[in-house]
Each structure stands twice: as structure tokens, then as C-alpha cells.
Write a protein of this length. Structure first.
Length: 277
């Protein structure tokens, strides 16, 4: 039998090592290290301003970290240094994300939002337009396939009956689900790693319950998830591991039950309430 460390390394999908992000004099992420395992839901929690979104922005290439490394591990391939790549190349290597504030195209229909997300796949099939101009294109087949992928995710997110509605006209909870559908459509065969920034924010209890079920389905289909979330009901129910940040530092990294009873974590959240008074 292999020692646990070797097993963990083999199963790793994301490795964050000594990551630091400074904005002028403010250190938003301070020497944070953790790993996320393949096929798991890893939650990233912590009080407001802890550095969670900043960490996501480093992983997905919105920010270039001040120090440290972020590596994506894929079976049978060399690790990818995400901290050196531009955002579009990070997306192409199989990392998808949603945003804390919804960023859909509100005037486009739900279906169109999911087709736009597949732009790269469609353009590649058109030979980056040259093939299409010459009439040699595989484009119609690729377009049909793209519509099929979009329909699959509209179905999974209970939005099939809203396919032709403008995204901006959908209720808030439906827009949140559409964002997840869009992220799932963004790479062929689905992303290797899905990064969700507070997907349950603003949802009612029934919608949160549905969201939890959707994330478990996505995990079962083989996409690993990194989940920023304040809704502890959702986090404790579906996460395999929980990493806790406070003031930019990692203060805990353990199974959900252990994190819930960790005095350092409880103190960090109580401190937040104290600061609000
Ligand atoms: N672009 C930026 N420029 C300057 N400071 C920033 C920037 N982005 C974030 N910060 C600061 O970095 C710290 C961490 O912010 P971040 O948004 O990562 O926290 P968070 O954990 O996502 O919080 P929340 O739970 O409220 O979303 C905060 O003090 C924030 O003001
Ligand atoms: Mg945030």
C-alpha cells in the first residue's frame, strides 16, 4: 500500500503553494498553501474580506499573484503552472468559474448564453472561419453538438422551459443556475475544475437544497469543484474538505466536521460579528 502522502499527490487536481497577493500595502492572500483532490468538493470559507475571491482571481488568471505557485494536475500530463498563464489559456486548460456578482449577457437568451460559452469549440470547428468561408466547414455538425450540450445543461439546471427567455428576465435563483450551466459548457467534455464564488448567495432554502444536489451531480460526473460559500448548511453537507481563510491566512484545512468544531475557526467568525457591532 502506498503511503497517504503519495496517494494524495496522485489524486491531486489543484496545488496552491505559498500563494501571496498584495494590493499596495494590503496583503489580501498571505502565503496560502493547500491542495484540492480530484473528484472532490473543496470548500473555501472565511469571514468577509478573508481573501477568498482574490485567491479565485489568482487561480483563474484575473490577477497575477505576487508570490507563490498554482498548479493544475491532470492524469497523464505534466502539471500546468496556472500562475504563469493568461486567463484564456487557463480556461482552455479546463478551469471554469462563476462570479460572486452574476455576469451573464442579460439581453441574450439562456440558450444563447450557453452557446457563447462554447465559442472556442465552435470557432475551432469552423477552422477559425477560413474553412467556413471555403464551404469546407464542419461547422453545422459542431453547432448541433453545441446546442445539444447547452440543452443538456439547461435540463440539469431546470431551465429548459426558459431556454428562449432573456437571461436578464430570469428570476435571481435561475440566473445563478444559468451561470453554473455556462461554466460547465465552457470546455468540451466539461471543465476539470469548476470554481464557484458564492453560488448559494441570495437563494432561498429550497433553491440552496437544489444547488447542493446539482453540485453533487457535477462531482459524480467527474468535475472537481472549488467552492467559496457562506451558506454553512451547503458547505457542511456537500464538501469533502474545507479550507478556512482569515485575514488572508489559512487557519484550518480539514474535514467539515473537524472545521466546524475548530476553536480558531469559531473565533474567526465570532471576531467578524464583533467587528460589525
Ligand atoms: N483589486 C483590489 N484592490 C485592492 N484591494 C483589494 C482588491 N480586491 C480585493 N481587495 C481587498 O483584499 C481583501 C480580500 O478581499 P476578497 O474580495 O478576496 O475577500 P473575500 O474573502 O472574497 O470576501 P467576501 O466574503 O466579502 O466576498 C479585502 O480587504 C479587499 O478589500
Ligand atoms: Mg468574495
Amino acid at each position: 500500500m502506498k503511503p497517504p502522502a503519495a496517494r494524495a499527490h496522485r489524486d491531486m487536481i489543484l496545488e496552491v503553494a505559498n500563494l501571496t497577493m498584495r494590493f499596495g500595502g494590503l496583503t489580501a492572500v498571505d502565503r496560502v498553501s493547500f491542495t484540492a483532490l480530484r473528484g472532490e468538493i473543496t470548500a473555501l470559507i472565511g469571514p468577509n474580506g478573508a481573501g477568498k475571491t482574490t485567491l479565485f482571481n489568482c487561480i483563474t488568471g484575473f490577477y497575477r499573484p505576487s508570490e507563490g505557485a498554482i498548479r493544475l494536475h491532470r492524469p497523464g500530463a505534466l502539471p500546468v503552472d496556472l500562475h504563469r498563464l493568461a486567463g484564456y489559456r487557463i480556461a482552455r486548460s479546463g478551469v471554469a468559474r462563476t462570479f460572486q456578482n452574476i455576469r451573464l449577457f442579460p439581453g441574450m437568451t439562456a440558450l444563447e448564453n450557453l452557446l457563447v460559452a462554447q465559442h472556442n469549440t465552435l470557432m475551432a470547428a469552423s477552422g477559425w472561419a477560413v474553412g467556413a468561408v471555403l464551404g469546407l466547414s464542419r461547422y453545422p455538425a459542431a453547432e448541433r453538438a453545441a446546442i445539444e450540450v447547452a440543452r443538456r445543461w439547461l435540463l440539469a439546471t431546470h431551465l429548459l422551459d426558459r431556454a428562449d427567455d432573456p437571461a436578464g428576465a430570469l428570476p435571481y435563483g435561475a440566473q445563478r443556475r444559468l451561470e453554473i450551466a455556462r461554466a460547465m459548457c465552457s470546455s468540451p467534455g466539461g471543465p476539470a475544475l469548476l470554481c464557484l464564488d458564492e453560488p448559494a448567495a441570495g437563494l432561498n432554502p429550497r433553491e440552496s437544497e437544489e444547488l447542493a444536489r446539482l453540485l453533487l451531480e457535477i462531482r459524480a460526473d467527474g468535475t472537481s469543484i472549488l467552492l467559496i460559500e457562506h451558506d454553512m448548511g451547503v458547505v457542511m453537507k456537500i464538501s469533502d474538505r474545507v479550507v478556512v481563510l482569515d485575514h488572508g491566512r489559512r487557519i484550518a484545512d480539514a474535514a467539515p466536521a473537524a472545521v466546524r468544531s475548530d476553536p480558531k475557526v469559531i473565533a474567526a467568525y465570532l471576531g467578524e460579528e464583533g467587528e460589525e457591532e
